[in-house]
Design a protein around this ligand. Structure first.
Ligand code: WTA
Length: 640
C-alpha cells in the first residue's frame, strides 16, 4: 500500500467539492457528458449558447465540441468582468529585478487589449490570420494573446528561449505575416535579444511584412523602415468589438516536439479550450474569489497559456506573472515573492522544486508563507522526495499539494487529485478530471484492468483536446490515434494502483522531458548532424538530479576527424543555434561508431542503458554488427 496523506483543513474547509461530490460529478461526466458539459459551459458567456455539446469520433478522427455555439474568449477573460471587477488587479507583474512591479486592473487590461487589437487591424490582419508572438514574460504577452483572440486571429506564441532558426521554422509553418516582439527581455540579469533574434529569423526569408515591437527595456534596437513599428508609436483610437467566434474556430497554435520530424503545430479551438481551461482552473485549484494565483510557467509553453492567461482570467482571478528565474538574484526569490504578493495558490515545476530543495530550508522558512493555501506541480513526474519537501518545507504540511498531469495536446489538466476531495500520494498525479477516461494498454493494445502498468491512453474526447496538427491532419491521426485504434495515445507510461490512482512514469516514445521542456531526440540529432564534422548522432535521455532527464548525445565524426574540447563546445553551440539553449546536450560522447544491427538500425536500447550507467542489463548484444563496440562505449561512459 502506498502512503496516503489526507487533505489538510485548509483544503477541505470551504472546498467546492468533497470526495462524494467528486465521485458523483465524475460518474455523471461519463454517464451524461452532454448534460455535464452543457452546465460547465455556463462558466463562459456565449453570444449563442451551444445546442450541440459533444460530437466526436476517434475513428475516423473528427473532434468537435459545442460546435453551434458562438463566443469570444477575450470577452470572457476581460470585458465581462468590467461591471464587477474593473478595479481589481487582473495581471500582477514582477520583473526580473525584485520589487519592480506593475498592477494591471481589468479596466486597464481592457484598454490595453483593445489598443493592441486595433494595432493589429491597422496592419491589415483579419480573422483567421496567424500572428506569431515572441515576447518576454511581460503583461504585453498576455495582452497580445487576448488581442488576437478578440479579433479572431490565431496566435502562435514562440518561447523566447528558442533560437532565430527555430523561430523562423515556426513562423513559416503557420504563415504569419505579422510578428509581435519586444526590444528585449531580462532573465536572471541577462538580456535576451528578442528583437535581434526576430531580425535574424526574418533574414532567412518568409512572408512577414510587419513587426510590432513592444518597448520594454528601452534599449536601442535597429528598426527596419516600413516593416518594424514601435507599439507605443502606433496611434490608434476607438473601440474594437469582440469578434463573434464559432466554438470550433481556431484560437491558437502552439508548437511542440514529438518523437519524429519537426515540431508540430498543436491547434486548439475557442469553445472547447475555453471551457476546459475555465473549468479546470475552477475545480483543480479549487479557486476562491479574490485569491492571488501564481503559475511560474512561461507563456511560451502551454502551462502559461492555460494557467497564466486563459484559465485565471476567465475566472476573474488575479494572475501573477513573473519575468525572471527562481535563482536570481538569489534562491529566495520565489518565497520572497510569495511573501511580497501574498500568493494563495502557487503552481510550479518539479525541476524548480528539486533545484530549490538543494539549497536547504532556510531560504524558504525565513519568508512568511502564511498566505499560501495550495501548491501545484506540473510538467514531469515529481519524485516523492521533492513532493515531501514541497509539502513540508514550503507548505508547512498546511497546504494541499496537487500533481497535475497533462500535455500541450490536452489543453489543460487531465489527471490530478482535487484539493478538498482526495487524499494525496507523494509521486502520484491521482485521479482523472471530469470527463477524462484513462485506460492502460499493453504494447499490443490489449486493455489492462486493475492495478497494473501500461501505456496511458484516453478512451474518449474531452473539450480541451487539440483538434489537429496545423496544416497536417494526417500527422495528427498518425501520431495520436494509429498506435491503438479508437484511443488517444498520450506517449506516456503509467501505473495504476489499487486505489485507482495514476502514477505517470514518463515518456515511452522518443520524446525527452528536460526540466519540463519537451524535446524530440530526432530534433537534437538533426541539429548535431548539421555540423560539418559530424557523421551521425543518436540522442537519448538519462536521469538527471535537477532536470529530471538530461540530454546524452552519442556522436560519430567524419573519417579522420578528432574529438576535442573545442569541438564539443562547437557542437553545443550548434544545437543552441538550431533549437535554443534548452536543447544543449549535457553530455557529448564522441564514439568511433554507433551500435547497429546488421541491417543498420541503431540499437537505442543499448545506448539508453549505457547513458543510464546501467551496464548490467544491456540485454542481447549478439545481434550487433560489432559486439565489441559495447565495451568501448561503456568505457567511454565511465570516463564522463
Ligand atoms: C509530462 C506540459 C508526470 C508527460 C503540461 C507529458 C508529466 C508531457 C506531468 C507533456 C506530471 C506533464 N507528472 N509527467 N504531473 N505533467 N508531464 O506538452 O510526459 O510540455 O506527456 O505539457 O510532460 O509536456 P507538455
Amino acid at each position: 500500500m502506498s502512503e496516503t496523506i489526507p487533505p489538510p483543513p485548509s483544503a477541505t474547509t470551504g472546498a467546492h467539492m468533497d470526495a462524494e461530490g467528486y465521485a458523483a460529478a465524475y460518474a455523471r461526466s461519463l454517464d451524461d457528458p452532454d448534460g455535464f458539459w452543457r452546465e460547465e459551459a455556463r462558466r463562459l458567456d456565449w453570444v449563442t449558447p451551444p445546442a450541440t455539446i459533444a460530437n466526436w469520433s476517434f475513428d475516423p478522427v473528427d473532434i468537435r465540441w459545442f460546435e453551434d455555439g458562438v463566443l469570444n474568449l477575450c470577452h470572457n477573460c476581460v470585458d465581462r468582468h468590467l461591471p464587477a471587477r474593473a478595479d481589481q488587479t487582473a495581471i500582477l507583474w514582477e520583473g526580473d529585478e525584485p520589487g519592480v512591479v506593475r498592477r494591471i486592473s481589468y479596466a486597464e487590461l481592457h484598454v490595453a487589449v483593445v489598443a493592441m487589437a486595433l494595432k493589429l487591424k491597422t496592419l491589415g490582419v483579419v480573422k483567421g490570420d496567424r500572428v506569431t508572438l515572441y515576447l518576454p514574460m511581460i503583461p504585453e504577452a498576455a495582452i497580445a494573446m487576448l488581442a488576437c483572440a478578440r479579433i479572431g486571429v490565431v496566435h502562435s506564441v514562440v518561447f523566447g528561449g528558442f533560437s532565430p532558426e527555430a523561430l523562423h521554422g515556426r513562423i513559416e509553418d503557420c504563415g504569419s505575416r505579422v510578428v509581435i516582439t519586444a526590444d528585449g527581455g531580462m532573465r536572471g540579469g541577462r538580456l535576451v535579444p528578442l528583437k535581434a533574434n526576430v531580425d535574424a529569423a526574418l533574414e532567412r526569408g518568409c512572408g512577414v511584412t510587419s513587426v510590432i515591437v513592444v518597448r520594454h527595456l528601452g534599449n536601442d534596437v535597429p528598426m527596419a523602415e516600413g516593416r518594424d513599428h514601435w507599439a507605443d508609436e502606433m496611434a490608434v483610437s476607438g473601440d474594437c468589438p469582440c469578434e463573434p467566434m464559432g466554438a470550433e474556430d481556431p484560437l491558437f497554435i502552439l508548437y511542440t516536439s514529438g518523437s519524429t520530424g519537426k515540431p508540430k503545430g498543436v491547434l486548439h479551438t475557442t469553445g472547447g479550450y475555453g471551457v476546459w481551461t475555465a473549468s479546470t482552473f475552477h475545480h483543480v485549484f479549487d479557486y476562491r474569489e479574490g485569491e492571488i494565483f501564481w503559475c511560474t510557467a512561461d507563456v511560451g509553453w502551454v502551462t502559461g497559456h492555460s494557467y497564466v492567461v486563459y484559465g485565471p482570467l476567465a475566472n476573474g482571478a488575479t494572475s501573477l506573472m513573473f519575468e525572471g528565474v527562481p535563482n536570481h538574484p538569489n534562491v529566495e526569490r520565489f518565497w520572497e515573492m510569495v511573501e511580497r504578493h501574498e500568493v494563495n495558490i502557487f503552481y510550479t515545476a518539479p525541476t524548480a522544486i528539486r533545484a530549490l530543495m538543494r539549497e536547504g530550508d532556510d531560504p524558504v522558512t525565513k519568508h512568511d508563507r502564511s498566505s499560501l493555501r495550495l501548491l501545484g506541480s506540473v510538467g514531469e513526474p515529481i519524485n516523492p522526495e521533492a513532493w515531501k519537501w514541497y509539502w513540508r518545507t514550503v507548505g508547512d504540511e498546511r497546504c494541499a499539494v496537487i500533481d497535475t498531469w497533462w500535455q500541450t495536446e490536452t489543453g489543460g489538466v487531465m489527471i490530478t487529485t482535487l484539493p478538498g476531495a482526495h487524499g494525496m500520494k507523494p509521486g502520484s498525479a491521482g485521479r482523472p478530471f471530469f470527463g477524462v477516461e484513462p485506460l492502460l494498454v499493453d504494447g499490443d493494445g490489449k486493455l489492462l484492468e486493475g492495478a497494473t502498468s501500461g501505456n496511458l491512453c484516453i478512451a474518449r474526447s474531452w473539450p480541451g483536446q487539440m483538434r489537429t496538427v496545423y496544416g497536417d491532419h494526417e500527422r495528427f491521426v498518425q501520431t495520436y490515434f494509429s498506435t491503438y485504434k479508437g484511443l488517444y495515445f498520450t506517449g506516456d507510461g503509467c501505473r495504476r494502483d489499487e486505489d485507482d490512482y495514476y502514477w505517470i512514469t514518463g515518456r515511452v516514445d522518443d520524446v525527452l522531458n528536460v526540466s519540463g521542456h519537451r524535446m524530440g531526440t530526432a530534433e537534437v540529432e538533426s541539429a548535431l548532424v548539421a555540423h560539418p564534422l559530424v557523421a551521425e548522432a543518436a540522442v537519448v535521455g538519462y536521469p538527471h538530479d535537477i532536470k529530471g532527464t538530461g540530454i546524452y548525445a552519442y556522436v560519430t565524426l567524419n573519417a579522420g576527424e578528432e574529438n576535442s574540447e573545442a569541438l564539443e563546445t562547437e557542437l553545443r553551440q550548434q544545437v543552441r543555434k538550431e533549437i535554443g539553449p534548452i536543447a544543449s546536450p549535457d553530455i557529448i560522447h564522441v564514439t568511433p561508431a554507433l551500435p547497429k544491427t546488421r541491417s543498420g538500425k541503431i540499437m537505442r536500447r543499448i545506448l539508453r542503458k549505457i547513458a543510464e550507467n546501467d551496464f548490467g542489463s544491456l540485454g542481447d548484444t549478439s545481434t550487433l554488427a560489432d559486439p565489441s563496440l559495447v565495451d568501448s562505449l561503456i568505457e567511454g561512459r565511465r570516463n564522463r
